[in-house]
Design a protein around this ligand. Sequence first.
Ligand SMILES: Nc1ncnc2c1ncn2[C@@H]1O[C@H](COP(=O)(O)OP(=O)(O)O)[C@@H](O)[C@H]1O
Ligand SMILES: [Mg+2]
Length: 301
Amino acid sequence: MLPCRTPTTEPHVNVAPNGAAASPAAATRAAATPVKEPPSPARSLLDRLPRLANGRATERSRSRPRLAHEDRAVVVLHDVSKTYPNGKVALREVDLIVPEGDFVFLVGPSGAGKSTLIKLLIRDELASRGEVVLDGEDLARLARRHVARVRRKIGIVFQDFKLLPTKTVWENVAFALEVTGTPRRRIKPNVDRVLALVGLTAQARQTPAQLSGGEQQRTAIARALVHDPRIIIADEPTGNLDPLISWEIIQLLLRINELGVTVFMATHNAEVVTALRKRVVALEEGRIIRDEVGGAYHRED
Ligand SMILES: Nc1ncnc2c1ncn2[C@@H]1O[C@H](COP(=O)(O)OP(=O)(O)O)[C@@H](O)[C@H]1O
Ligand SMILES: [Mg+2]
């Protein structure tokens, strides 16, 4: 069997930054990326988010011919299965393509494999079989020294926020940049702009304990955005929030998606999923049983 646990000690900087070494060059990557698309309206709103609404995969999986519709894909899963070391099969023969700019709800009962799929995308776990390709990079073939760079293409948001309790809102977001060696002069403007985007400028000096649940999750979203990720991946981001606040968080994710960031979100929130009519991917016992554009939480036929 292939190794099931990622053989690296590098943390995901958005999750639990504890000083992972990373290339400072990555901090300037966004500015250096050639932009081919015409400027989108989003750019005037977020003039310091150069990776939003542009960019494309540059490296590709070399193990099989690429299909035309994968060209702009941020995520490609091809025949992916995941068996945990105890023999539990959590995902079976999953095929999934998420094009740039998509907004995807991942639904399914508890134990269906949603979090496992997300762990594969953030390379917290490796697939037992098949390919997981993120922004053109085959995660199984990724050299260890490139893991941190590829993870910066992802902004991740969890149900339980995972903020550092002794740091302020501002420091929590800044820390995600500090651990990747971002020059100090670049940290302040970047942190300020994402806090403005999520509406937390006034709370910047408060610690997580002084925030509501919704504000804590908005802090986590700001931290997820501060690297200009290609995709926001959220595992039940509204799971700990009441319905009204859940809607606020969803509205924020929709706005971020409108600015050009792909959003992939696991959720149990049937009301939100059914109301929004986005793409719905439904898992059951590790298999995709439905993949529907404009779908509802439950099958409607
Ligand atoms: N580390 C693990 N080791 C063994 N089994 C696991 C592990 N993580 C999850 N599972 C099992 O895999 C299945 C899918 O879990 P998960 O991906 O967490 O589902 P969901 O997020 O949809 O609730 C469940 O049966 C769960 O018990
Ligand atoms: Mg889960």
